[in-house]
Each structure stands twice: as structure tokens, then as C-alpha cells.
Ligand binder design. Sequence first.
Ligand code: UD1
Length: 356
Amino acid sequence: MHVLLAGGGTAGHTSPLLATADALRRLDPTVRVTCLGTTSGLEARLVPEAGLPLEFVPKVPLPRRPGKALLQVPGKLLAARRAALEVVDRVRPDVVVGFGGYVSVPAYLAARTRRLPLVVHEGNALAGIANKLGARLTRHVATSFPGTDIPHATYVGLPVRRMVSTLDRDALRAEARASFGLDPDRPTLLVTGGSQGAARINAAVLGAAHALSRAGVQVLHVAGPTQEVDAPATDVPYVVRQYVDRMDLAYAAADAVVCRAGSNTVTEVSGVGLPAVYVPLPIGNGEQALNARPVVEAGGGLLVADEELTSEWVAAHVAPMLTDPEGLSRMGAAARGVMKLDADETLARMIMEAAR
Ligand SMILES: CC(=O)N[C@H]1[C@@H](OP(=O)(O)OP(=O)(O)OC[C@H]2O[C@@H](n3ccc(=O)[nH]c3=O)[C@H](O)[C@@H]2O)O[C@H](CO)[C@@H](O)[C@@H]1O
């Protein structure tokens, strides 16, 4: 069986694609996987590094509002569909799978044109425009959250990469902290704005660096690939990285997280039992606030609006949180188990079923 997996742009669509590719080949080592992405997204690096073949389609961003950019969409979409058809005719997959975003639409249209089985996976609690379109073309639709706004979808969860879903934080903690140059025993805060980084979170935590240091809290600050963040001179370690490939090590080093609420981040952070302060992206469909809701309602994290996240807020709330081990372990236990961690194999089985 040959599976074409389409997804990319941010790691938000690439991480579940990689997890699903891995599960497919684990369940059936004879399965062949080809990926479809763009040359400018994170997939252009991450997919080949995972040892998977990557084919390209041109990028067609779907503007949310009317305007000149919207008028150009049909022409660009036709060109992207032609490119996807060329890949489909050459690779000859038995089934096409899309994870949403602008890479997926050409793949959905090509699958429809060649009458190939199509599986659509929606990562967020609120479906994006690409997957709303894709879902109209197939009955095989999977979601990461119960109650996502696609009528005939099956709730399977979000496929999580094995290095995270099988992580034993206690067993890896010492090695993880050493790998980042962190102190082995201090309370440790992980900061991540998702695969793009978040300027607001970066500024708020940096501004609270000395308050965190005074409280004895060390920081692993993953700033984002294009974000300029210099490590402040503090008495306790404050380590800045732009991007971390081994997120299992980052999670193992941490006692709590301040982060955006992309669906992978929420699933991974809560899944490994980390308490978190979720600061949803204020733009977009509003999907991030909904992504964090089940974990927050279960007591596994706090939800803070972007405009409320100031350095004063971090100093007043995050420093005390990190120095309260009982509170941390209560929140961590509440977070664990809210999100499914076996979606990689559930979705892989659904894909194999659709291909038959
Ligand atoms: C600006 C934007 O378009 N954001 C969207 C994007 O966010 P984003 O790409 O940030 O998505 P997520 O938070 O869902 O996923 C980030 C992924 O990147 C990984 N990671 C992150 C940082 C790092 O240094 N190393 C690393 O490997 C995380 O482990 C995770 O697997 O996709 C999400 C899921 O569709 C959406 O909810 C977001 O609205």
C-alpha cells in the first residue's frame, strides 16, 4: 500500500503527519509513504530528516477576508492542483491523507479528480477552511477533539510523535537538563510559543527573568526560529534556544510550561503530565482557546488572554507556581489523560481501512 500524506506550513501540521507516517510503517512495514508539502514550510527540513520522501506543491495561502489576495486564490489553486495531480499520477498512491492548511487543498482536489480514497484529519478544536472543504469530499474524516464542527467526523485524537507519547519524564530529567546546560535540581520553566514562537510570550517572560531567578526558577526559553531573544544575565540558568528538535528533552527538563495553545502543544504538554499556562494566539479562528479548554477545565492548566500576559503577571503567578511542588503535581496529574495519545495508530488504521 502506498499512502500520500499532505501537510505542512508550520509544525502544527507536520508533527501529526510524521507521527502518522511512523504509525503506518510500524503497523505494516510494507506500507510506502510519500509526503506532500511546500518548499518554504518547516516540512522541507523535518520530513527529509525523518527519512521520508517529500514532493512539493506551490503555496496557496487562503486569506480569511475579502480583498486582492482572495481574487488570486482560484488561479493559484488551479496551478497547485495541477502540481498535486502530477505527483499523484507519478507516485500512484492508494489513498491520500491531508492534515489541513494550504498544502492540503490541492491534494484534496487531486484525490477527488483521480477518484482516490481520501482521509482528512483536523488538528484543532475548530476546523480550518481547508478541512471544511476537504470534509465535503469524503466520509473519512477524523478530529483531534470531540465536538469539532465537522458533522460526519470521528473523534480519534491528534497523532503525537513517539518520542513524546512514550516519554518518561522522570527517567530522562537528569540527561535532559544536562543537555541544555541547566542545573539538575532547580525548578524549571519551559517557555514555547509553538513552532513559530510568540513575541508576546517571549517579551513577558524575559521581563520577568530576574523575578524568576530570585525565586530560584531556571528557564529553558524556546523563542522561535525567527525571534531575536538574548539570554538575560541572571544568577540562575536562563537558557535560550531558537528551535528544539528533541521536544521530548525540553518536556523532560521542565516542571511547568508557559506556551501558546496550538493543538500539538496542548496534546503533548498535557499528555506528558506537565502543568501549563496556556496563552492562546489572539488571531486566527479562535481555535487555540478552544484547544486548551478541556485541559484547563480538568484543572491541568491555566488560560491567560494574550493581552493579560505581562511580565508582572509572570512574576506574580508563574514564579509561585514553580515553587509549589504539590500544586504542580496536582495540576500535572489532572492534565494527563485528558487528551488521547494513541491517535497515531487509530488514524493509521482508518487510513488502511479507507484504502481497501
Ligand atoms: C501561527 C499558526 O499558524 N499557528 C497554528 C499552528 O501552530 P504551531 O505550528 O505552533 O502548532 P502546535 O502548537 O500545534 O505544534 C507545534 C509543534 O512543533 C513542535 N515544536 C515546537 C517548537 C520547537 O522548538 N520544536 C518543536 O518541535 C511541538 O512539539 C509541536 O509538535 O498550528 C496549530 C495546529 O494546527 C494551530 O493551532 C495554530 O493556530
